[in-house]
Design a binder for this molecule. Structure first.
Ligand code: ADP
Ligand code: ASP
Ligand code: MG
Length: 413
C-alpha cells in the first residue's frame, strides 16, 4: 500500500464528463489499496478567462484582488470532483489552499510555497477520506490568498507529496509523458522513460511547460519521484528521477522552446563601474527575473550597450524601472522586442561531450536562422532567434541530435 499524490491538469478536468472519469480513476487507485491525495487545476481555459475578465475592468489589475479572482478556478473543480466521488459512494473532502494549510510568501501572482502544515490533510487520510486540494493557491502570512504563477498546480502537488513523504507524485496531463521535445510541435518527438531532475529543471526553465519549474525544484530537493503521464490513456509515462550514470552517455536528451520572453536593449549607457549593478538591482527589486544578458561596447568608448531578456509579462514593468534612469543617464535609449523565441538543447551528457554548441549553431546557420543571443550552462545551450523560426528550429535540432532514436540508457540490455 502506497501513498500517492495525483495531480490532474486543466484538460483532465475540462468538463463534468472528464471530472467524473478522473473521479473513477482515483477511486480505482483507492480500491487497489492505496491512499490517494488529489490536487486539481482549474478547468482548461478558465484561468485565462478570469485573467481577461480582470483586464476588462483594469489594464493593470490590482495583484491582490487578481489572485482572489484566479483562485476561484480551482475552487470549482475541487468541489465538483468531491461531489462526483461522494456520489460514487466514496468519501472525499475539497480543501482550498488555506484549508490545506499551504503557506506562501507575499508575492501575488508568483508566490512561493514556504510551508505546508499537513495535519488537516493527514486527518482526512486517516479517516479514509480523499483530500482534494486546490492547486495553484496558498495563503500568505497576513491571511491573503496568493497564487503560484501559471502552471503552479504542479508545484502544489509536488510540495504536498514532499510534505507527506508520499511514495510518488503522479502528474496527469494531456500528453503521455515528457518527450524529447513538445509533441504538439514535432511529430517525431519521443516519450522519455526517465529524465533526471536537472535535465527536467532546464527543460522546464527553458519553456517545456509540461512541468512547472518550482515543482521540479521541490522534487529534486526532497527527492520526490515524479511520474508524468496521461489521464486519457492507460500507459506508464516518464519518471523524473535522480541522475543515473548511464544518462551521461547521451549528449542531448531534449529540445525546449519558449515564446514567453521579451528582449530589452539599452543603448547609450555610461561605460563606468556600477551601471550594470544598478540596473539589475532595481529590476530585481520589482521581482523581475532576468535571463540572458549581453553587454557590448560601442565605438564611443564612454558608452556601452546592454541587452537582456525578461518574461514578456514583465516587459512593461522592467521598462518603467529603466525609464526612471533616463534623468541621470541622458544618452540612454530603451528599445524592446517581443517577436523572439528562445530555443535550447539540454542534456547532462554535455558535461562530458564537447561540440554541442558548435553543432547547434551550425544546424541553425545552415537553415538561415539568425542567432541574436546565446547563453549556456553546464547542461544546456540556448539561443534567442526570431519567433517565426521556432517550429523549424525545434525540428532541425531534434533531427541533428537524432532525438527520435532511443537514448543509450533506454535500450534494454
Ligand atoms: P496541464 O494542463 O495538464 O498542466 P500543460 O498544458 O501545462 O498541461 O502541459 C502539457 C503540455 O506541455 C503538452 O500539451 C505539451 O504541448 C507541452 N510540452 C512542452 N514541452 C513538452 C515536452 N518536452 N514533453 C511533453 N509535453 C511538452
Ligand atoms: N489554473 C492555473 C493555470 O492555468 C494553474 C495550473 O493549471 O497549473 O495556470
Ligand atoms: Mg500545467
Amino acid at each position: 500500500m502506497a501513498l500517492i499524490v495525483q495531480k490532474y491538469g486543466g484538460t483532465s478536468v475540462a468538463n463534468t464528463v472528464r471530472i467524473k472519469e478522473v473521479a473513477e480513476r482515483v477511486i480505482a487507485t483507492r480500491n487497489a489499496g492505496h491512499d490517494v491525495v488529489v490536487v486539481l487545476s482549474a478547468m482548461a481555459g478558465e484561468t485565462d478567462r478570469l485573467i481577461h475578465l480582470a483586464q476588462e475592468v483594469a489594464e493593470q489589475p490590482d495583484p491582490r484582488e487578481q489572485d482572489v479572482l484566479l483562485a476561484t478556478g480551482e475552487q470549482v473543480t475541487i468541489s465538483l470532483f468531491s461531489i462526483a466521488v461522494k456520489h460514487m459512494g466514496h468519501e472525499a473532502q475539497s480543501m482550498l489552499g488555506h484549508q490545506a494549510r499551504i503557506y506562501t510568501d507575499h508575492a501575488y501572482g508568483r508566490a512561493r510555497i514556504s510551508e505546508i502544515r499537513t495535519e488537516p490533510i493527514w486527518h482526512n487520510i486517516y479517516k479514509g477520506c480523499i483530500p482534494v486540494i486546490a492547486g495553484f493557491q496558498g495563503l500568505d502570512g497576513r491571511g491573503n490568498i496568493t497564487t503560484l504563477g501559471r502552471g503552479g498546480s504542479d508545484t502544489t502537488a509536488v510540495a504536498v507529496a514532499a510534505a507527506l513523504a508520499a511514495d510518488v507524485c503522479e502528474i496527469y496531463t494531456d500528453v503521455a509523458g515528457v518527450y524529447t521535445t513538445d509533441p504538439n510541435i514535432y511529430h517525431k518527438a519521443r516519450k522519455l522513460q526517465r529524465i533526471s531532475y536537472d535535465e527536467m529543471l532546464e527543460m522546464a526553465s527553458m519553456g517545456a511547460k509540461v512541468l512547472h519549474i518550482r515543482s521540479v525544484e521541490f522534487a529534486k530537493k526532497f527527492n520526490v519521484p515524479v511520474h508524468v503521464r496521461s489521464s486519457f490513456v492507460d500507459e506508464s509515462g516518464t519518471m523524473v528521477v535522480k541522475e543515473e550514470k548511464s544518462m551521461e552517455q547521451v549528449m542531448v536528451s531534449g529540445v525546449a522552446y519558449s515564446k514567453g520572453d521579451a528582449r530589452i536593449t539599452l543603448a547609450g549607457l555610461p561605460d563606468v563601474p556600477g551601471v550594470a549593478a544598478r540596473i539589475f538591482t532595481e529590476i530585481a527589486q520589482e521581482g523581475i527575473v532576468v535571463d540572458i544578458i549581453i553587454q557590448g561596447s560601442t565605438d564611443d568608448t564612454s558608452l556601452a550597450n546592454l541587452s537582456f531578456t525578461v518574461l514578456r509579462l514583465d516587459r512593461q514593468a522592467a521598462i518603467r524601472v529603466l525609464e526612471g534612469m533616463k534623468k541621470e543617464w541622458t544618452d540612454l535609449d530603451i528599445s524592446s522586442d517581443e517577436n523572439i523565441a528562445k530555443i535550447s538543447v539540454i542534456g547532462v551528457g554535455m558535461r562530458h561531450h564537447a561540440g554541442v554548441a558548435a553543432k547547434m549553431f551550425q544546424a541553425l546557420g545552415n537553415e538561415g536562422i539568425n542567432i541574436h543571443m546565446i547563453s549556456t550552462s553546464e547542461i544546456k545551450v540556448s539561443c534567442v532567434i526570431d519567433d517565426s523560426h521556432t517550429a523549424k528550429a525545434v525540428q532541425i535540432l531534434h533531427d541533428v541530435f537524432e532525438l527520435d532514436k532511443p537514448l543509450q540508457h533506454e535500450i534494454p540490455e
